[in-house]
Ligand binder design. Structure first.
Ligand SMILES: C[S@@+](CC[C@H](N)C(=O)[O-])C[C@H]1O[C@@H](n2cnc3c(N)ncnc32)[C@H](O)[C@@H]1O
Length: 457
């Protein structure tokens, strides 16, 4: 193998683990050894992957999966490593482009990340850099990020920075943006029909998986690393699902009870459906509506693992589907996990900040209002309606709910924090304005979520 590439890989591996996995020498050593053993030209793979991702035609995660399917000989550690480099570039794309000094290319973005963010020195780069690149990188390293506008420094598009500034102020926007530029932790949710959290934590630890209970959700477990779990026996037997802790809290806001009629209006692949079904102890009827056949199809194997028998997936044409009319006024609880900009998930999907535009947000808000109004018709008198998004923007959140409440005086807001507290879920911080729940990556360590709980008279 080319020694220069080997040196960069060593340095990269070092930088990667120092940043992400400090404190566990054994893991560092194991994975480092693994990478050394398997080592392909990872930098070239990262470059090739960026060529496909940067035009932003498709979501980055689907491009990454497709790439790895095409390169099936890449091992787990190599994949982790390539994905880490590519995602780092996506997170820091705007400032890395500035470091490119007018000649933006996937290779330069990667080298800028290595040189200017990871601070690899010339010796660590070895002879990977040609003379022109050496010269360019020396100039790039001399740039001071502080001399650029705040939005660039924080790697946000101008329009998004401007909106967050209005909502949060400069200091909080900075804290949020810095957090959004980190990788999200891996959270699991225990399936209470199959396992008990303490026992499952012990089972995972016995397998060398470092896990602790979540801060808020009684079913959450947070992992210290990102092990591959798809073949873990406790996953296969339905004892847990992968689910962000914030997402879990939405299930507790719906608070479904055994025997009730419950609808998950935008069920997708059923992350929240599975939780709602488990909270109902599989008793009563739980409808999982969605317009996307493909997403609902992904719910099927998850349902099979979960042990739930009360879930009815129904593909609808739109929120105005005629079948919904027959169900009007019949549901005790309705969750609307609305399609949204997804900006609360930027730690996982950093490409969204470059793929979403202002005009998308305005369109989404119109769609969200229409879905909420249609879903509300399903709620019975005395029933509960929860509107949620993983957006950070008030346009998709409070504004949608406020307009809905004006047009539907039969609904009134409940306090989300009180509902959670009544279930012994402690939510700290400034999350109670208007009674709605707001979860922020920089305050709660979860993805960004908004949820409003409403009751029908
Ligand atoms: C935020 S995702 C839902 C995620 C899902 N609840 C989960 O926890 O995994 C929004 C979903 O809304 C669906 N959707 C979009 N328009 C819809 C509509 N008019 N009626 C129902 N669902 C819709 C999308 O297909 C997508 O699956």
């Amino acid at each position: 193998m080319d020694h220069a590439i080997q040196r960069v890989l060593n340095a990269l591996t070092h930088a990667y683990f120092i940043r992400g996995r400090a404190g566990d020498r054994r893991t560092v050593q194991n994975r480092q050894e693994k990478i050394m053993r398997l080592v392909p030209p990872l930098l070239q793979h990262a470059e090739a992957l960026l060529v496909e991702i940067l035009p932003c035609r498709l979501p980055a995660d689907s491009v990454v999966s497709r790439y790895f399917r095409r390169h099936e000989r890449l091992g787990q550690a190599d994949r982790g490593f390539i994905a880490e480099a590519v995602y780092a570039v996506l997170r820091r794309r705007r400032s890395l482009e500035a470091y490119c000094l007018g000649e933006i290319s996937p290779r330069r973005l990667l080298l800028a990340w290595l040189g200017c963010v990871q601070k690899l020195n010339r010796r660590e780069f070895g002879d990977v850099l040609n003379a022109a690149e050496n010269q360019w990188l020396a100039q790039a390293k001399a740039l001071r990020l502080e001399d650029f506008p705040p939005a660039l420094q924080l790697d946000l598009p101008d329009w998004l920075y401007a909106r967050l500034l209005v909502q949060l102020g400069a200091e909080d926007t900075e804290h949020l943006a810095l957090q959004l530029n980190q990788a999200a932790p891996l959270d699991l949710r225990v399936n209470p029909l199959k396992a008990e959290r303490d026992a499952l934590l012990a089972r995972l630890r016995a397998d060398g998986i470092r896990a602790v209970p979540g801060d808020y959700s009684p079913l959450a477990m947070r992992l210290a690393d990102k092990p591959a779990l798809a073949r873990h026996p406790a996953f296969l037997d339905g004892s847990f699902e992968v689910q962000d802790e914030g997402s879990q809290l939405l299930g507790y806001l719906v608070q479904p009870r055994r025997g009730e009629m419950v609808a998950d209006f935008c069920a997708g692949a059923g992350g929240k459906t599975l939780l709602l079904g488990a909270l109902m102890r599989s008793q009563g009827r739980l409808y999982a509506f969605d317009i996307a056949e493909k997403r609902l199809a992904k719910l099927k194997p998850r349902l099979a693992r979960s042990g739930l028998s009360n879930v009815h997936p129904v593909r609808i044409e739109s929120e105005h589907d005629a079948r919904l009319k027959r169900l009007a006024g019949k549901f005790d609880r309705v969750l609307v996990d609305a399609p949204c900009s997804g900006l609360g998930t930027l730690r996982r999907n950093p490409d969204l900040k470059w793929r979403q535009h202002e005009s998308d947000v305005a369109e989404l808000a119109v769609k969200q209002a229409s879905i909420l109004a249609a879903a509300a018709k399903l709620v019975c008198p005395g029933g509960r309606l929860v509107y949620a998004t993983c957006s950070l923007l008030s346009e998709e959140n409070e504004a949608v709910v406020e307009a809905f409440l004006v047009a539907h005086p039969e609904f009134s807001r409940l306090s989300a924090s009180e509902i959670l507290r009544s279930q012994s879920i402690p939510i700290r911080g400034d999350d109670e304005k208007g009674g709605d729940l707001r979860l922020w990556p920089h305050r709660h360590g979860t993805d960004g979520f908004f949820a409003a709980v409403m009751a029908r008279q």
